[in-house]
Design a protein around this ligand. Structure first.
Ligand SMILES: NC(=O)c1ccc[n+]([C@@H]2O[C@H](COP(=O)([O-])OP(=O)(O)OC[C@H]3O[C@@H](n4cnc5c(N)ncnc54)[C@H](OP(=O)(O)O)[C@@H]3O)[C@@H](O)[C@H]2O)c1
Length: 293
């Protein structure tokens, strides 16, 4: 039995789609857990076992995970207080162990121990918790930045013609969220045991200037990249209405990029899926209207 947590999220839905379609796993062998089971009526109708589970609700987690052999723990998006997300992930790992799950897979971040991203300790801590657990095996999927993250910065950069960044010449080996779902489904559906770490990246890495040029050419609008110091970037985000802690998290993305935290291409996507990555150019061609919308 294969279990996917966070099954109503973007990645969770794509992983389940891949289990069913790419790997032809019968719906009766899939458990989907979510805080919102009512949103997964279509999967339930197909025969997937849809269960309620919230990592904050430890009383019900073991029951929700019962019967699963391999479990994909999708990292949550809890950013309300430092340490909350790590607590949630530790709750999920402890419950998986108690429920008799053999193998847990986890969606982490590249180089979490040294990353400057302010929430990287959640990922480093979860990886440590997996290593310290009594689970028979685990797989860490260190997911690089989604192409989709460009939706945070590019629509306003396209509109104003200016992209403010503190990332300097740092490169990111972005990857499509679809590709990460394909890789997670392949790792979940395999019978590979033991303790494994994959770093999933795109096939190319780009600086902010290079991304700006590619997007600018695709959408037919000029984008000029302006390098600013970190404090200037944070102040700009605060002036634009972001609460300072959120602005600092965004700022830390650029610091991490400048330090090379998301640079470096690996062959791990191909190793897991036997496929080539979706190239940025074809992803962009599909999504350019959304940038302009
Ligand atoms: N590599 C990257 O560039 C990147 C970008 C964005 C996010 N991420 C990380 O990858 C995760 C999946 O990405 P996504 O695109 O699918 O994001 P998303 O659509 O925002 O999904 C958020 C996920 O968090 C789960 N979640 C939130 N609170 C939870 C709780 N208390 N207990 C259990 N699950 C909880 C949600 O599950 P339900 O709603 O079904 O309960 C859902 O799967 C994110 O949560 C985040 O940690 C990575």
């Amino acid at each position: 039995m294969y279990l996917v947590t966070g099954a109503s999220g973007h990645l969770g839905q794509l992983v389940i789609g891949n289990l069913l379609e790419t790997h032809q796993i019968p719906a009766s062998k899939i458990i989907a857990t979510t805080r919102k089971p009512e949103t997964l009526a279509a999967l339930k109708a197909k025969g997937v076992d849809v269960r309620a589970a919230d990592f904050d609700d430890t009383a019900n987690l073991v029951k929700a995970f019962k019967g699963a052999t391999r479990l994909l723990l999708i990292s949550t998006d809890a950013m309300d207080r430092p340490g909350h997300r790590l607590e949630q992930h530790k709750n999920a790992i402890a419950a998986a162990e108690k429920a008799g799950v053999e193998h847990v897979l986890y969606t982490s971040l590249p180089k979490p121990e040294t990353s400057a991203i302010l929430f990287a300790p959640d990922h480093a801590g979860t990886e440590k918790a997996l290593a310290a657990s009594g689970l028979k095996g685990w797989t860490v999927l260190r997911n690089n930045w989604y192409f989709e993250n460009l939706f945070y910065s590019l629509p306003s950069a396209i509109k104003s013609g200016t992209w403010y960044t503190a990332a300097g010449e740092g490169k990111i080996a972005h990857i499509a969220r679809d590709d990460l779902a394909r890789a997670a489904a392949a790792a979940l559906a395999s019978d590979k045991g033991g303790k494994n770490t994959y770093t999933l990246t795109g096939a190319q890495e780009y600086t902010t200037e290079e991304i700006a040029k590619l997007v600018s050419d695709a959408v037919g609008k000029p984008i000029s990249v302006v390098q600013v110091p970190l404090e200037g970037l944070v102040q700009g985000l605060v002036d634009a209405g972001f609460p300072e802690p959120v602005a600092r998290v965004f700022g830390s993305f650029d610091t991490n990029t400048a330090q090379g935290g998301l640079a470096g291409i690996t062959g791990d996507y191909r190793k897991l899926t036997s496929n080539d990555n979706t190239p940025f150019a074809s992803w962009l061609a599909k999504n350019k209207q959304a940038f302009l919308a």
